[in-house]
Design a protein around this ligand. Sequence first.
Ligand code: GLY
Length: 564
Amino acid sequence: MLKRSLLASYFLLITLFISAQEKPPYAIPKKFEGSNGAVVSAHPLASQAGLAMLQQGGNAVDAAIATQLALAVVYPGAGNLGGGGFMVAALKDGRTVALDYRESAPGKAFKDMYLDSAGNPITSLSLEGPLASGVPGTVAGLFASLKYAKLPFKKLVAPAILLAEKGFAITQSQARSFNGSKPDFLANNKKNIAFVKNTKWKEGDLLIQPELAATLKRIRNNGADEFYKGITAKLVVAEMKRSNGIMSLDDLKNYEAKERTATRFNYKGYEIIGMPMPSSGGLLLEQMMKMIEKRDIGKMGFQTTEAVQLMIEVERRAYADRGTYMGDADFVTVPVDILRSQKYLEQRMSDYQPGVAGNSKTTKEGFVKESEETTHLSVVDNEGNAVAVTTTLNGGYGSYTVVSGAGFLLNNEMDDFSVKPGAPNMYGAVGKAANAIAPGKRMLSSMTPTIVLKNKQPYIVTGTPGGTTIPTSVFQTLVNLLEFNMTPYEAVYEPKFHHQWLPDEVEIEKGFNEITAQKLGKMGYTLKARGAIGRVELIVITQEAGRKIIAVADNRGDDAAKGY
Ligand code: GLY
């Protein structure tokens, strides 16, 4: 029996190794339909690593852990060991899990740490180099989620070690991204790093990361303590000292992942479960869904002027609340009960006028826009568990600083705080005291890992990267499915739009309904074309004609859906 399972693990690792060395364009499956389990993530090799765990008897949490570890190797722009994230799970026994492994501000951090002597933000400091990094939460989060998993960590980390040690063939978009980021990598690292080479990267080149492989092996052998107290912790602090960083061994030693109570609300009979503070995602989604619930948007139709205007106006109102009231609830009082109450939300919509453009001047407060480089994965297994995980380094490649000797990138999550409450940051956005910097505090996030239950069973598992566009993308995906009766493919692939109170404009993706855009323009809205919005990873499980899983990977990137 044991021999058979060892042989199976070996075979699955060999399969992964062969796929890793394949020359792109290798298969990037966008869809999977089946009945056992599925994994959707930002990279085919990471989805494959998660699938291998499901096939070896692991559950959705095992697959989510292995996928995250693999993403830390094959998707270095956002997959990470040096960042943080959130896991929302609906377990087969009916329990829900909301695990917070968001980064926290180092002990020496203070409110005005990114301001010059005249009180103006020095944005480069909160965005690049070790001073931009919060204390990483990912490794603590992976080990905290192990209690819901079945397989030993050494099995879950094996694909990641293999991919880091032997290397994998990079995709065209990764080659472009490494080449484009070279100046930032060079500016923020004093030693050689795996992502920089003398010649240009091209599709199919092997990325080998021996230092990262060694770090993963130390974590495999010594657990989370290795990252927070061991050699890895010392290497992180040495990296801080090489430059202007302030993270200390104590900061690392004191970091812990926190179990929170998931946000939960009812929308027309569906139970929607999400992430609470320090993510604004769960609450924003609830506010937006509840503000449309009584207005029969389904009858208005997808991307009609009527439906889009309603969605813009609820987005405007929810995001105005975000900037004022939301922050780490362990540090500030967030009036969650009021913000989600029916009475408050009705009052919020009392000045909504169909056919008349709203105006952010008359809506009170602001927001902090975040970088859009984050990553999401959705997983379901054949036991009835569902997991949605969103993790991030914040910007693409985070602070651009690789911990020398440890081979992983550090986040630049400190920029998700309001660097100067009340003043615009580098994106022209403003935030408030609720999200001001304080030692140990976690910066406000928009990440929105979400699970929808139907008849108490997981029905939709979803989430996306995209900074402040995350909650609006999840909102629109759910409305597409629950109100416009779209197929899962349409729900992900149809163009999206985004309004976040300030700037007072509607961002639209290529392909957005032109007639609707013209009508909204005439009504007084400012529309702005932009690139892709989000990269939604969606799984829908229907039970009506026997259990059926439909997994969809967004076509806006290298994202891949795999299952069995
Ligand atoms: N850094 C992106 C987010 O946490 O929302």
